[in-house]
Design a protein around this ligand. Structure first.
Ligand code: HXC
Ligand code: NAP
Length: 275
């Protein structure tokens, strides 16, 4: 039985008084996250390269969910990330939650992938995530709620990702980075985790990696719960980690994939399975 998505899962305004920064917050999963945390009372910064996209998201959030500003940046450029964090602190008075969601990916067999294609994805996903963490460190350390870094990864990274070796390596790197920072920055009160989505309905990721390649049905068949995830499934995981639910959680991955990764492990071990 499907759950009733109209029921609130968290206390109303559970993020009131917090400021959250969402890279790639103007589309797909990031846009859903931005809406959810604004509706929960956080002030939201929507940040990415395309001005028209983040301004449209900002206006949509202001009209329906809560408070938001848009800041243009390229996560590959440390200075632009650093300036965006400074602008956030100047306009909103601080920063409590950094959500490193921006990413680039495309299917490219490694034997045909150019060095620049490899570098581009590593630069956006892995270097971009480090830039966000590093630029936000001082502000997160000063957070009265305990700072949060939540990076979006995927368990595909840990199984090897044929056809997307660049993104697989970058996301595995992000998972390692969160574990390192959890230990280094725990004494500063900063919680560092990943949220690891499975395939999420209606997103650019699913369009590029599965739909365009005619692999969507196969992918859905590999999910024990028998469906794609919804953007709201990921937004709920973020609300949990960004708010009081995440107070004592650091250095781990919150896997939101309908059991896809568990099924992979069982198949790999050749253990009996019902599906
Ligand atoms: C092979 C490609 C390619 C493709 C780009 N390149 N697309 N190679 N197949 N489809 C190569 C280019 O030829 C170039 O190499 C190099 O990559 C850089 O390309 P640019 O177009 O100059 O890069 P840029 O303008 O910086 O754009 C970055 C991008 C783009 C990643 C290439 O697609 C983008 O902006 N993506 C953001 C949105 C996105 O990807 N969303 C999906 C996220 S899904 P040469 O050698 O020619 O110079 C995700 C996980 C999904 O992350 C998981 C599903 C379960
Ligand atoms: P998406 O809509 O394409 O989101 C990617 C966002 O990143 C875009 O808003 C893009 O905005 C931004 N971005 C890309 N390059 C950037 C850069 N250099 N600097 C700043 N911003 C940049 O795709 P999505 O499918 O929702 O993916 C969101 C996240 O979820 C990614 O981390 C992805 O790896 C992860 N994920 C997705 C799925 C899925 O099923 N979709 C599954 C697992 C993990 P601009 O173009 O304006 O810069």
């Amino acid at each position: 039985m499907e759950m009733d998505r109209t029921k609130p899962l968290f206390a109303e305004k559970c993020l009131a008084g917090r400021v959250a920064f969402v890279t790639g917050g103007g589309s797909g999963i990031g846009l859903g996250i931005s809406h959810a945390i604004a509706a929960a009372g956080a002030k939201v910064v929507v940040a990415s390269r395309k001005k028209e996209k983040i301004e449209a998201a900002r206006d949509e959030i202001r009209a329906t969910s809560g408070e938001a500003i848009a800041i243009q940046l390229d996560v590959r450029d440390y200075e632009s990330v650093s300036q965006a964090v400074a602008q956030t602190v100047a306009e909103f008075g601080g920063l409590d939650v950094m959500i490193a969601n921006a990413a680039g990916n495309f299917v490219a067999p490694s034997a045909e992938m150019s060095a620049n294609a490899w570098r581009t994805v590593i630069d956006i996903d892995l270097n971009g995530t480090f830039h966000c963490c590093r630029a936000a460190y001082s502000a997160l350390k000063a957070s009265e709620h305990g700072g949060r870094i939540i990076a979006i990864s995927t368990m595909r990274a840990l199984e090897g990702w044929p056809g997307c070796a660049h993104a697989g390596a970058a996301k595995a790197g992000i998972m390692s980075l969160m574990r390192s920072l959890a230990t280094e920055w725990g004494p500063d009160g900063i919680r560092c985790n990943t949220v690891a989505p499975g395939p999420i309905d209606g997103t650019e990721g699913v369009r590029r990696i599965y739909e365009e390649k005619g692999r969507l049905a196969t992918e859905i068949a590999s999910v024990p719960l028998g469906r794609l995830g919804q953007v709201s499934d990921i937004a709920n995981a973020i609300l949990y980690l960004a708010g009081p639910g995440g107070d004592y959680i650091t250095g781990t991955d919150l896997v939101v994939d309908g059991g896809r990764d568990r099924k992979r492990v069982i198949v790999a071990q050749n253990a009996p399975t019902v599906a």
